[in-house]
Design a protein around this ligand. Structure first.
Ligand code: PLP
Length: 393
């Protein structure tokens, strides 16, 4: 049998600490490794496989599209991207869309759009305020936008124009705002930062401040969007409308796609000012359309809310049982538990050995982000495995 893990260390730069299993098949919330062992997948490709692995709607959409038209340049009209654009716009508060291929690229586009707005309407203002502990992607500019020093240091100096301030503090945003500020960019709930939910009223206060100053509010919904926290878009839960949002992850049901959505007021890209070779290609957009349509038609956000509340309740029961669990937090199916010390690695490893895949988001916190289509029975099975592992800590 091929030793895939040995090949990886021979050919790859070691940019990621992988778990020692090779996955070869997936269906719904389950995946299988090359030894035939089955796992419950509570990582869902890092929040990507919104309908689970190889959902029939996504599979048939990409199979049909692959037989018909896979890629053209954006020099031509193609139908899947227009259908997906219509579905996104008609189900959101936005007026215009731009398609790309990933979350980082969507955020880059959002920041470019805000800078363009700054040039046109704010006397050349170009700085973007972002939050400490945020994560906005791995391109050079998004490394600077990301408010975590460990992502800056290997590449410093990182690009100018980003100010990272305390999350969940309107005072910090006010203090950092100057005549050079064109936008504030935040995650409605910080995902990679450990599933940090802001206080009620924070995003409303940020919205009011942006309005007062005439600057744009960008929400990075790469992780919170497309039903993940129990509404189609995260912003719906905070009583505000941002000017721009970025999307990726769950939008394509597993196929790479990114998008930025903007209000008409900030839709200021003109001919030739932004573009992408693969952005909006028919294959990815067919996957996106099938995924989003299924999510809307089947009220998946409502199910996420109910099953997410159930998952949180089950985790709270474990918290009551094990005093080293200090917090359960999150919304919908973006949830974390925090420990009183760095227990994550061992717990995640033991869960994997027993057939449950979890994300070690912080040395002292585990993130749960199963497919949005998960059912209670599978949550119970996962909690059973976790309980057995926690009992041994
Ligand atoms: C909130 C947020 N923004 C941006 C990104 C980057 O997305 P991608 O890896 O698709 O570039 C991520 C990825 O985890 C994310 O969670």
């Amino acid at each position: 049998m091929t030793n895939w893990q040995k090949l990886e260390s021979k050919y790859f730069m070691p940019t990621i600490k992988r778990m020692p299993i090779t996955l070869v098949k997936g269906k719904g919330v389950r995946v299988w490794d090359d030894n035939g062992k089955e796992y419950l997948d509570f990582t869902a490709g890092w929040g990507v496989n919104s309908l689970g692995h190889c959902h029939s709607e996504v599979v048939s959409a990409i199979t049909e599209q692959a037989k018909t038209l896979i890629q053209t340049s954006n020099q031509f009209y193609t139908i899947p991207q227009l259908q997906l654009a219509e579905l996104l716009i008609e189900n959101s508060c936005f007026g215009k869309v731009f398609f790309c291929n990933s979350g980082a690229e969507a955020n880059e586009g959002a920041v470019k759009l805000a800078r363009r707005y700054g040039k046109l309407h704010l006397d050349g203002a170009y700085k973007v305020i972002t939050a400490l502990n945020s994560f906005h992607g791995r391109t050079l500019a998004m490394t600077a936008a990301t408010g975590q020093r460990k992502f800056h240091e290997p590449y410093s100096p990182v690009p100018d124009g980003f100010i990272n301030v305390e999350y969940n503090s309107i005072g910090a945003i006010k203090k950092a705002t100057s005549a050079q500020t064109c936008a504030v960019m935040l995650e409605p709930i910080q995902g990679e930062g450990g599933v940090n939910v802001p206080d009620d009223g924070y995003l409303k206060a940020v919205r009011a401040w942006c309005d007062e100053k005439g600057i744009l509010l960008i929400l990075d919904e790469v992780q919170t969007g497309i039903g993940r926290i129990g509404t189609l878009f995260g912003y719906e839960q905070f009583g505000i409308e941002p000017d721009i949002i970025s999307l990726a992850k769950g939008l394509g049901g597993g196929i790479p796609i990114g998008a930025l959505l903007t209000k008409e007021k900030s839709a200021v890209f003109a001919l030739g000012e932004h573009g992408s070779t693969f952005g909006g290609n028919p294959l990815a957009c067919a996957a996106g359309y099938a995924t989003l349509n299924f999510i809307i038609e089947n009220d998946i956000p409502g199910k996420v809310k109910r099953n997410g509340d159930y998952l949180i309740d089950q985790l709270k029961k474990l918290k009551a049982k094990y005093d080293f669990i200090v917090e359960v937090r999150g919304r919908g199916l973006l949830v974390a538990i925090q420990f009183n010390s760095d227990l994550t690695q061992n717990i995640v490893k033991s869960c994997m050995e027993r057939g449950l895949l979890l994300n070690p988001v912080k040395p002292n916190a585990i993130r749960f982000m199963p497919p949005l289509t998960i059912v209670k029975k599978d949550i119970d099975s996962a909690m059973g495995i976790l309980d057995k592992v926690l009992a041994k800590v």
